[in-house]
Design a protein around this ligand. Structure first.
Ligand code: FES
Length: 296
């Protein structure tokens, strides 16, 4: 553990924790846009600025990329230098993407005059170039469907050659981590579309309720990952694995072996529950019921 002082209060945090994590764990509010706890920080939005040291030798840094390595770090989260720089960066983001709701909310909470700078972008523009989508695709999914292209004011996140990316599996992780809603996902007529990347991929449907589940490519990618970990094939496949057949009248093919079926999470839960209920009482694992009764 190492000692850190944040806004005059002393704390102990594990060595290597970033200043942002140390501050947030101890209740300090620092705004962020490009930071996501599941991704490597890159310090691109410059909203999480803090001042180290203070006074004339104070240094303003992005807290999401600055680790606490030794005792005695003194941090100010709302010094005049921090507030001035943070507001300026927020104004620049707003000038680029004036219509983005999360920027407007941040401007409101940090007393930023959204009309201080002339509007450079249009109200439709929603990408603030935080890079979360690029990083989640590369770091978490292991693909490179999108990347930053061009420089300066022309900088954008795009698939290679602005064409539907071969690497996109339609997992929608990019949409999940996007803080502004710039990545739009729609599903229509058995296909999933991810608008900015022009992705257009077929979905598979639950064999029981016929609801769309995910893309075929995403399902195959999960299978591959599971096999790499050494787990038996099919461990993550959303199919029913007990060898039971679907009860009559529930909508799926009664001739089909349930091991081959692709089920959505809801139907899979229902099938597991039904198969447990059909077991003779002595074969049911009732330990959780007893535990619960004991708790009451
Ligand atoms: Fe630290 Fe964006 S959250 S720079």
């Amino acid at each position: 553990m190492v000692r850190i002082t944040i806004d005059g209060l002393d704390f102990e945090v594990p060595k290597g924790t970033t200043v942002l994590e140390a501050a947030r764990r101890n209740g300090f509010e620092i705004p962020t846009l490009c930071y996501h706890e599941a991704l490597e920080p890159i310090g691109s939005c410059r909203l999480c600025l803090v001042e180290l040291g203070g006074g004339e030798k104070g240094e303003v840094v992005s807290s999401c990329t600055h680790p606490v390595e030794k005792d005695g770090l003194v941090v100010y989260t709302e010094s005049p230098a921090v507030l001035q720089a943070r507001k300026m960066n927020l104004s620049l983001l707003l000038a680029r993407c004036p219509g983005v709701k999360c920027l407007q909310d941040l401007a409101y909470s940090w007393w930023v005059d959204s009309t201080a700078l002339p509007v450079l972008g249009d109200y439709e523009k929603e990408c603030i170039l935080c890079g979360r989508c690029v990083r989640v695709c590369r770091e978490a999914i292991g693909k490179e469907a999108i990347s930053f292209t061009f420089r300066g004011v022309d900088r954008q996140v795009l698939p290679p050659f602005k064409q539907q990316p071969d690497d996109c599996i339609g997992c929608t992780a990019c949409a999940y981590v996007c803080p502004t809603g710039a990545v739009k996902v729609t599903e229509e007529e058995g296909r999933r579309f991810i608008a900015p990347w022009k992705s257009d991929l077929p979905l598979y449907f639950c064999d029981s309720c016929e609801a769309p589940v995910t893309t075929i490519e995403n399902s195959s990618s999960l299978e591959e990952k599971i096999q790499e970990t050494g787990l038996p094939p099919g461990s993550m496949r959303p199919s029913f694995k007990t060898g039971e057949r679907e009860p009559e009248g529930t909508g799926s093919d009664p001739e089909k072996n349930a091991d081959e079926e692709m089920l959505c999470p809801r139907c899979r839960r229902r099938r597991v529950t039904e198969s447990i209920a059909r077991l003779p009482r002595e074969k049911q694992d009732r330990s959780w019921i007893k535990a619960r009764q004991g708790y009451k």
